[in-house]
Design a protein around this ligand. Structure first.
Ligand code: FMN
Length: 197
């Protein structure tokens, strides 16, 4: 697709590729590596699940007090990397990150399974854990606390939206002659460029 065509809008390319990934990947086609930077400029990377995308950006949810959460609040820039193995494609996305609104986070939190909602309260994500039993005790404590009614969203659990300033589509080619198409934000429009593989 990207070999012969250069659509004006990278989101239309992403949408087409993501749709194919949803159809073909064995699991978690929305699994994406998220790279952040720490105080000392050291990068760190882990997987998250992309829970939505549109012209405004790509959204994922996490604990704001986790390592990545603290890093993003201090340095609100990040990179995302999708790799769809069965399609032999990768998409790199870079840009500034902002917190989603409380309303947006509430809506998504409410859509999650009750056990996952309890888990969000129980997990002090990225902080030391004595052993599995400590986690299980916390799950039991919050399950008892919220035994009736709606589980509220923890104040430290919410989403980030990365608004892309760069998106690169990479498609495997025979004998390592891959296709690379880069979109860079240029005001309201996108500038495109092809790169040697
Ligand atoms: C496929 C996959 C999806 C994941 N999705 C999320 C996610 O959406 N949010 C999240 O906080 N952690 C997610 N995790 C766990 C993170 O990779 C990571 O272990 C955790 O968030 C702690 O990272 P940190 O210490 O850098 O903050 C996922 C892990 C995998 C393997």
């Amino acid at each position: 697709m990207i070999r012969d065509q250069t659509p004006d809008d990278p989101l239309s390319v992403f949408a087409a590729w993501f749709e194919e990934a949803e159809a073909k990947e064995v699991n978690d086609p929305n699994g994406v590596a998220l790279a952040t930077v720490g105080e000392d400029g050291m990068p760190s990377c882990r997987m998250v699940l992309m829970k939505g995308y549109d012209e405004q950006g790509f959204v994922f949810y996490t604990n704001y007090e986790s390592r990545k959460g603290r890093q993003l609040l201090a340095h609100p820039k990040a990179a995302l990397l999708f790799h769809w193995k069965s399609l032999r494609r990768q998409v790199r996305i870079e840009g500034p990150v902002a917190q989603v609104s409380d309303e947006e986070a509430d809506e998504y939190f409410a859509s999650r399974a009750r056990q996952s909602q309890i888990g969000a309260w129980a997990s002090d994500q990225s902080r030391p854990l004595e052993g599995r039993f400590e986690l299980e005790k916390r799950v039991a404590r919050f399950a008892a606390k919220y035994v009736v009614g709606k589980v509220p969203r923890p104040p430290h659990w919410s989403g980030f939206r990365l608004s892309p300033s760069l998106i690169e589509f990479w498609q495997d080619g025979a004998f390592r002659l891959h296709d690379r198409l880069v979109y860079q934000r240029d005001g309201e429009a996108w500038r495109t460029e092809r790169l040697f593989p």
